[in-house]
Design a protein around this ligand. Structure first.
Ligand SMILES: N[C@@H](CCC(=O)N[C@@H](CS)C(=O)NCC(=O)O)C(=O)O
Length: 213
């Protein structure tokens, strides 16, 4: 498989973790997001959204990190990223979507660029925006995780799964913006448990082949 990405991208970070958890080998192509390489004509021809990640597979190109992770789960079911019962699967998907659908899209690079270019916002305002939307997601996520007995060492039970794969990059994004994580003890505990696993640690941006010094 060939993963189109960029080391700092948290959506790509998710896919690196999922590939590592599944024990799957892959190669990478880097598209420097700050230089706008995701909008180069040859990449747009591949992925008209002009976003990373994109994953080239034997079944064709897959865009959208969640679709990739579901694809990996279906083609390589072991170890599972989703639990076996429909209710539990729905819970894990819902937890994952807090990061994937509710937090990440409004903190994306193109949104921040638009805030600067169209509304003249400075870096303090950008940081306030960025952290606000993480707090909006992490508050309810913390409450859900802390209040549900299905939460274990990880978001769901004692093995890492899809919700953890999506949570960890979002926490790292918060750390990059110096977000105060003290209101989220359960999230912090799960983050620490995940980072103790090589599949998560090796997927960190700093270990990606295109990481900059
Ligand atoms: N929903 C998409 C989001 C992909 C996405 O927004 N990727 C970001 C990097 S984390 C990107 O390519 N940003 C480029 C830009 O904003 O121009 C997914 O999960 O794959």
């Amino acid at each position: 498989m060939l993963l189109h990405g960029y080391y700092r991208s948290s959506a790509v970070f998710r896919v690196r973790i999922a590939l590592n958890l599944k024990g799957l080998a892959y190669e990478t192509v880097s598209h420097h997001l700050r230089k706008g390489e995701q909008r180069a004509p040859d990449y747009l021809a591949l992925n008209p959204q002009g976003l990373v990640p994109a994953l080239e597979t034997d079944d064709g190109l897959i865009t959208q990190s969640l679709a990739m992770m579901e694809y990996l789960e279906e083609t390589h079911p072991q170890p599972p990223l989703l639990p076996s019962s429909p209710g539990d699967r729905a819970r894990v998907r819902a937890l994952a979507l807090i990061c994937v659908a509710d937090i990440h899209p409004i903190d994306n690079l193109r949104v921040l660029k638009y805030l600067r270019a169209a509304f003249g916002q400075d870096e303090d305002a950008i940081a306030a925006w960025y952290c606000h939307w993480i707090r909006e997601g992490f508050g309810p996520l913390e409450a859900e995780l802390a209040g549900d007995p299905r939460t274990g060492r990880f978001c769901h039970g004692d093995e890492p799964g899809l919700a953890d794969v999506c949570l960890v990059p979002q926490v790292v994004n918060g750390q990059n913006y110096k977000l105060d994580m003290s209101p989220y003890p359960t999230i912090n505990r799960i983050f620490d448990a995940a980072m103790a696993l090589p599949a998560f640690e090796r997927a960190l941006p700093k270990h990606a082949p295109d990481a900059e010094a």
